[in-house]
Design a protein around this ligand. Structure first.
Ligand SMILES: NC(=O)c1ccc[n+]([C@@H]2O[C@H](COP(=O)([O-])OP(=O)(O)OC[C@H]3O[C@@H](n4cnc5c(N)ncnc54)[C@H](O)[C@@H]3O)[C@@H](O)[C@H]2O)c1
Length: 421
């Protein structure tokens, strides 16, 4: 095979294990094929992490299932990795550390895919989009819930006018205590579960229904993960108001937590309800239909209600072991987009192929503006609340600027982002 894509992976945590690892292991065996770009060999060539311990444990466990990758270690390992011989980088560090590695990736001339939320501020998003443009690269973000077959079906109904005009919605995503207490204990100080997981639903709403974001409000609770007057949050409730072309509005509430008891039966508890002019859509992760109990295993190492759509390991009827699902599919999609840009025709057509892939607004950073705006607003509102000023409101594209925070009882405001969102 003459065509090869070498990948870099910054961050070797939970999401690497669940989605990137299965993709790279499968790609090592099968490569990628498409009539438009032919056969492409994909290798995980280099990884970067803070301590290197998970990278070494994985190298040992995987053996020949993975390419013999180089491992960079330390707080600057991402910047070192992007200088190595790779064509694209996947950034999966904690959410407040995406920007540095993402910027270094693009500056080094490598295509980028970054975990959700892409970045925490519109200013950072602008910088990445500009850099990708200058360098002729793809800059994409992973919101794998857009590929969940249930969400795809709902969006299809909406696009086809079967479900008409969304009026309101409620989404919740509840993570177990082991996430905040063990998995993320290293970096959780000063963070909140809304930025980390509400962003899935912010994007689902933004992508599925379109419209213009108008207002963001938020509340939250403290006292379990950190002190009750501190800036580390147990749970958050976010509200977004959107306006549509016909002038009508919709409001969406998104509740998140990472302090749900560890023995609750769901993989993570996920629920969506959307109400339309002519219908309702109710989805619940634990009601997809499967319940399983195994002595001494459920609900810890195996969940009682399995999400077999995300990354389920299974034995195929033809004897092969596979890990498949939308979590893995979304990574493969991105690599196919890179392969198409680089190998989908001759050099004279590369710019056209690049703009074609950039117009895919399910994952392009240029289409992540309203999602990042909501995350930026949420972070600012929580920061004010922790500083003793609860109940702030952020308004979008109003008289004072693109993203502006107002505090109750005060005539002053803070401009979070001056240009139009
Ligand atoms: N798509 C999803 O549903 C989903 C699910 C889980 C996590 N995520 C996202 O993936 C990202 C990582 O989450 P996780 O659950 O894998 O976290 P994690 O804590 O399990 O792993 C974080 C990894 O980043 C590395 N790291 C931290 N700082 C670094 C630095 N400065 N340079 C290089 N490496 C560094 C750590 O060594 C570790 O390997 C987050 O942005 C999170 O929002 C997405």
């Amino acid at each position: 095979m003459s065509r090869q894509l070498r990948a870099g992976m910054v961050g070797m945590g939970m999401i690497f294990e669940e989605t990137y690892r299965p993709f790279f292991e499968q790609a090592r065996v099968k490569g990628l094929f498409d009539r438009r770009f032919g056969e492409v060999d994909v290798q995980l060539a280099a990884v970067a992490s803070r301590t290197g311990s998970r990278a070494e444990a994985y190298r040992k466990a995987a053996g020949d299932r993975i390419f013999p990758f180089e491992s960079f270690v330390g707080d600057n390992s991402g910047a070192d990795l992007v200088q190595s011989d790779v064509n694209f980088c996947c950034v999966a560090t904690p959410d407040d550390r995406h920007f540095e590695s993402a910027q270094a990736t693009l500056a080094a001339g490598k295509h980028l895919i970054v975990e959700k939320p892409s970045v925490l501020k519109l200013q950072e998003l602008d910088a990445l989009v500009e850099l990708a443009e200058q360098k002729g690269l793809l800059a994409k973000v992973v919101y794998h819930k857009l590929l969940d077959p249930d969400h795809k079906r709902m969006r299809t109904f909406y696009q086809d006018d079967v479900l008409q005009h969304v009026n309101s919605g409620y989404c919740s995503l509840l993570e177990p205590k082991q996430i905040s207490g063990a998995q993320f204990a290293q970096w959780i100080t000063g963070r909140n579960p809304g930025t980390y997981v509400a962003c899935h639903y912010i994007k689902l709403i933004d992508f599925s229904f379109g419209g213009k974001l108008k207002t963001v409000t938020a509340t939250g609770q403290r006292g379990i993960v950190g002190p009750q007057d501190g800036n580390t949050w147990d749970s958050t409730q976010l509200r977004m108001v959107y306006e549509y072309d016909d002038g009508r509005e919709a409001a969406f509430d998104i509740h998140t937590s990472w302090v749900t008891p560890d023995n609750f039966p769901g993989y993570v508890e996920q629920e969506v309800q959307f109400r339309f002019d002519n219908g309702l859509w109710n989805g619940h992760s634990r009601k997809r239909g499967v319940e399983c109990t195994v002595e001494d295993k459920t609900p810890f190492s195996i969940k009682n209600s399995l999400n077999n759509h995300y990354n389920a390991p299974c034995l195929e009827p033809w004897g092969e072991r596979a890990e498949r699902g939308y979590g893995v599919e979304v990574i493969e999609r991105f690599v196919r987009e890179v392969a198409y840009v680089e190998f989908g025709g001759d050099e004279s057509g590369r710019a056209d192929r690049l703009s074609e892939m950039r117009r895919l607004n399910y994952n392009d950073l240029s289409a992540d503006r309203q999602t990042v705006a909501t995350v930026q607003a949420l972070e600012a509102i929580l920061e004010r609340a922790a500083a003793g000023q609860p109940d702030c409101v952020v308004r979008v594209n109003g008289v004072d600027g693109g993203l502006v925070l107002y505090s109750p009882g005060s005539t002053e405001h803070e401009v979070l982002y001056a240009p139009e969102v």
